[in-house]
Write a protein that binds this ligand. Sequence first.
Ligand SMILES: [Zn+2]
Length: 285
Amino acid sequence: MKKLRNLTLATTLFASIFASPAYAAAPTKPEKGKLSVYFLDVGQGDATYIKTPNGDDILIDGGNNKYGDTVVDDLKKLGVDDIEIMISTHPDADHVGGMDTILSAFKVEAVYAPKVSHTTQTFKDFLTAVKNEKLTIKEAKAGVTLPLKGITATFVGPTKEYAKSDLNDWSAVLRVVNGKNSFLFTGDAEQKSEADMISSKATLKSDVLKVGHHGSDTSSSTAFIKAVAPKYAVISVGAKNSYGHPTATTLNTLKTANATVYRTDKSGTITFVSDGTKITVKTEK
Ligand SMILES: [Zn+2]
């Protein structure tokens, strides 16, 4: 009996010392009839996978070049066999880099991107991969609605054309509504685009916000965060990145707005599940 008690004590002690799991838990598979949103941990970059209640698969961005295989593995583990809609928010490498690998790994039905080009090899690789899939790119811009059943998914940005040097402001911004729950995915849209979205009078208010540009203070103006009024804010960011993302300013703006902040550098992949009425959150670590 004493031995057993000691063993129990030892187990309790062990569990208390290893406060966080020794191995990261794999994200749970999407639940049928619900909307699942996975902010995949791709270091300094973005990759978001959405499973709609109707069973359609959406991917927004694919991380940088070296994360293409990681995203493919993650999607396979989550049961993805084809991708109905792929969205490239803008041509920067930390968003579009992994897309060519993903395009060659899965059957992709449709690709959406803003009508802006880039001269990098990474962006050319993406265009070549789209061409190899015998697809053309559909324009992502404010007012375009994705042909999906069971949810409403509409682009609220970009609302206009920007200078080629302002690639971030070209970011395709998607708002997804499932019953009473809403999500806003902003890519790297900065304050100029945020102001234009506010002026456009489109509904921006959302329960969950993918914070623009990895928490940089060139995005997330006080006015924009006020307009979105998120309950949850997700920052997709690499640990110890050289950009200083997220900035104290952005974290303060979100705190003042009473948003609960999740970061992929701290929590790994972050999963939101919406049943149309309530939202639950799970983190990998
Ligand atoms: Zn970025």
